[in-house]
Design a protein around this ligand. Structure first.
Ligand SMILES: Cc1cc2nc3c(=O)[nH]c(=O)nc-3n(C[C@H](O)[C@H](O)[C@H](O)COP(=O)(O)OP(=O)(O)OC[C@H]3O[C@@H](n4cnc5c(N)ncnc54)[C@H](O)[C@@H]3O)c2cc1C
Length: 441
């Protein structure tokens, strides 16, 4: 057993970021161990979720022509539902692609498929094993991990696994990222979203009839407006094979300040006339809650240290506005693997060599998006009108339009303008227009 507890690279966490790093390392012949605390990869994970093929193709070149297929449905219709107290407007785009660019997925299935790919490439796994500490030498270089398992039958000391390099892929909780000394500060409650989600089984033919989709079609929509009870945040509705993933995410700070419990948001949303009908005869298969790191560039920790790299949610690689998270986790895992391989070749795990990883992240498309997002997030999430007033007003506008027959239209228009002035004010509207223009000019 003892000579097996020695690896070139140890990866903490078997989510998309850790598994991607593992696949890329094993392909290059690197002796790699993934340590995952769950019973199997995906068992502890929560996700909306939509998976984008572009990132996965970097890992598995023939995706989506793979067996067993780990996703639920190709996404053929995507967009927004704008929600008011009783109404709902749909803005969706019907995609006509020969090869779908995105799929809905459930993590238990998707992550275990990725782990099987890694296993076939020669990655070792330690499941049901939690990493509790990092091994550091006297120079402060990370040289392995300590796990919550006895080192032998006779001893109660926790086992140690040595490694030339450790990749931290532990997700949003960041306990080991902190132990590695990578955190510049902790996150605050206005930088993380608490997302609650249900997977609701719907009788199959009814699911399709209710959403107006075909058997091999899928819908992915973001829900904005009254769904968050006036708090800044959004919801989502994604179609799986025979179930719906339905969730709401709100900044932790708003939940605490308004004393709202996460499940209350879901219950209230499910009472909306549209969703009440959609979920009729539905059976809840899964309920989960998870944090989403939305601190962006301001909260980025150091991405590397002596003998260590951090990837995925542990770093905060999530673009909430464009719903990118799992794919950024995958890209960061790939970049970390490339860097680790280079360091192994040079037998040099110093910060100087590992800084290559940061360079790769900084030249990625998504890092540039984070720069843009900085202002966009501030504009969108610091006040309620974008996620509340405007979606509701849009519903009012459409409702006024469709019920205007038989009335003088000038009068209808006057009512619309009055509503706009009453709820937002001339000055408010002007300020909103300027804010939006400033973002893009
Ligand atoms: C509700 C919700 C909806 C989302 N929807 C989408 C979506 O539609 N599209 C999208 O692209 N992204 C989405 N995301 C974001 C996406 O899920 C994450 O960005 C992505 O999963 C991050 O991957 P990761 O590997 O870094 O972390 P995780 O997926 O969190 O994986 C971390 C792994 O590490 C393990 N672990 C943690 N600590 C230890 C330890 N000490 N020892 C051993 N193992 C450990 C955990 O068990 C877990 O398996 C969503 C997230 C949420 C919460």
């Amino acid at each position: 057993m003892r000579n097996r507890l020695n690896y070139e690279v140890v990866i903490i966490g078997g989510g998309p970021s850790g598994l991607s790093a593992a696949i890329k390392l094993a392909e290059r012949g690197v002796k790699t161990l993934v340590i995952e605390r769950g019973r199997f990869c995906g068992s502890k994970n929560v996700f909306g979720g939509v998976i984008y093929t572009s990132s996965i193709k970097n890992l598995v070149s023939d995706f989506p022509q793979v067996e067993p297929f780990p996703c639920e449905r190709p996404i053929t219709e995507e967009g927004f539902f704008l929600i008011s107290e009783k109404g709902l407007s749909k803005i969706t785009f019907l995609k006509k692609e020969d090869t779908p660019q995105s799929f809905s997925a459930l993590r238990a299935k998707f992550d275990s498929w990725l782990s099987r790919v890694a296993l076939e490439k020669g990655v070792d796994f330690a499941l049901k094993t939690k990493v509790i500490d990092l091994i550091k030498n006297f120079r402060g270089e990370i040289k392995g991990v300590v796990v919550e398992r006895p080192e032998s039958w006779e001893s109660s000391n926790p086992a140690q696994i040595s490694a030339k390099l450790v990749i931290i892929a532990e997700g949003v909780n960041r306990v080991l990222t902190q132990k590695a000394g990578l955190l510049k500060r902790d996150w605050s409650s206005e930088e993380v979203v608490l997302s609650v989600k249900e997977v609701i089984q719907i009788p199959k033919n009814k699911l399709e009839a209710r959403l107006g989709i075909g058997e091999s079609e899928g819908l992915a929509v973001e829900l904005v407006g009254d769904i968050t009870l006036g708090l800044p945040g959004t919801g989502f509705l994604y179609t799986n094979q025979s179930s719906l993933s339905f969730g709401i995410g709100v900044f932790l700070k708003s939940l605490v300040e308004n004393k709202i419990k996460p499940y209350e948001l879901l219950e209230k949303a499910k009472a909306h006339p549209y969703f009440r009908e959609l979920f009729q005869e539905g059976e809840i298969l899964e309920y989960s809650a998870h944090l989403i790191p939305e601190w962006g560039l301001e909260g980025f920790p150091n991405l590397y240290g002596k003998g260590v790299l951090a990837v995925g949610d542990a770093v905060g690689l999530v673009n909430p506005i464009f719903r990118e998270g799992a794919n950024l986790a995958i890209y960061s895992g790939i970049y970390a693997a490339e860097t680790a391989y280079e360091a192994l070749k040079r037998d040099d795990f110093s910060e100087k060599t590992l800084s290559m990883y940061e360079e790769k992240i900084k030249s990625s498309y998504f890092y540039k998006d984070f720069l843009l997002l900085k202002d966009l997030k501030k504009t969108l999430f610091t006040s309620n009108q974008w996620f509340n007033f405007y979606p509701q007003f849009f519903n009012f506008l459409l409702e006024s339009y469709v019920s205007s027959r038989g009335r003088e239209k000038r009068e209808v228009l006057r009512e619309i303008l009055q509503e706009l002035k009453r709820k937002r004010g001339k000055l408010g509207i002007l300020r909103d227009i300027i804010k939006i223009l400033k973002l893009f000019w």
